[in-house]
Design a binder for this molecule. Structure first.
Ligand code: FVH
Length: 294
């Protein structure tokens, strides 16, 4: 039900995520205007009360807050580039996945047309949108975030980082790197035990409790990670880890499983040992990633 006290919002891009974002605004009473290249995706939102704009210009003119969430930044520029004048005086909230450099360029582009700019990293999948566990990271205009924080809160937990428009995407991609690295390992593990007919359903709870135990220690080593600490680690040194990690590759080969996901980590461990860092702990690998990118 539309609430006259709620900020009107526009959502451009009605893929799986854009539809979830527009739906959450509608659920919170925001007058919501939508636009998508393929107009059919707006039908269900129209039934729920959204106004479907015929053109992007019309969509932008409808609201002080314009959220765009499309495939990539090339599409953002393809959609907004030709109409840049109409964005003046509005807040553009770009929730499209991209790099810090792309975000900073988009912020400059928006400033050139007199718009406030917020970049966002959505740490959620569409079904989570509108719930507190859907964290959305924002960076860019502090003033615009302050004014529109309540409206953005309709999408999930709105977390403002700082004024650098590139930081939301930096954090977003870094968190995704952590997630994909973890899932790569989980799929390797599932393939290994699956090769002996152990069902993933039986194995998954063990994975969860093991990863919880290991990740719980991360805050305690945060300082060492910042320093890329090369100090000796008496508990779990890299020399030992390079040898035991090689066993994961050997076992995978013996079980007929690809080692492609594991090989870069083995190479990093071996390089650390070759560089006389075998006595150090894993935080020292970060220094190698910084100075020795492959
Ligand atoms: N879905 C997810 O799990 C993740 C969660 C975290 C954030 N990502 C990012 O959100 C962006 C949009 O993702 P999506 O899930 O909505 O993606 P699709 O369902 O594939 O929809 C893509 C939309 O982009 C439009 N689009 C693509 N190319 C063009 C173009 N050349 N001109 C105009 N629009 C274009 C597409 O339009 P249409 O195909 O429906 O006409 C959709 O609106 C993305 O950055 C994720 O990384 C999602």
């Amino acid at each position: 039900m539309e609430d006259a006290n709620r900020t009107p919002v526009t959502v451009i891009g009605l893929g799986a995520m854009g539809r979830a974002l527009a739906g959450a605004f509608l659920d919170n009473g925001h007058p919501t205007t939508v636009w998508n290249r393929s107009i059919g995706k707006a039908e269900e939102l129209a039934v729920r009360g959204a106004t479907v704009a015929n053109t992007v210009d019309e969509a932008i003119a409808a609201s002080p807050v314009v959220v765009i969430c499309v495939l990539d930044y090339a599409v953002v520029h393809e959609i907004l580039g030709p109409l840049s004048g109409s964005i003046a005086g509005r807040t553009l909230v770009n929730l499209t996945n991209g790099t810090p450099k792309q975000a900073r360029e988009a912020a400059e582009w928006a400033a050139g047309y007199g718009a406030d700019y917020l970049d966002g990293g959505i740490m959620a999948v569409p079904v989570m949108i509108g719930r507190p566990e859907a964290v959305i990271l924002y960076s860019g205009s502090a003033g615009a975030f302050g004014v529109h924080e309540r409206a953005l809160g309709a999408l999930g937990t709105a977390t403002y980082l700082n004024a650098d428009a590139g930081h939301a995407s930096l954090y977003d991609l870094a968190l995704l790197a952590a997630m994909y690295g973890m899932f790569g390992g989980v799929y390797q593990a599932a393939a290994m035990v699956g090769s002996e007919k152990v069902p993933a359903a039986e194995f998954a709870p063990m994975v969860v409790s093991w990863l919880n135990a290991m990740t719980a220690a991360l805050p305690a080593v945060a300082e060492a990670m910042d320093a890329g600490d090369g100090a000796d680690d008496d508990d779990s040194n890299l020399q030992m880890q390079a040898v035991s990690f090689a066993n994961i590759l050997s076992a995978s080969r013996e079980q007929g499983i690809s080692t492609a996901l594991l090989e870069p980590m083995q190479a990093l461990l071996d390089r650390a040992v070759a560089a006389q860092r075998g006595g150090a702990g894993t935080p020292s690998l970060i220094a190698m990633l910084r100075t020795d990118p492959v």
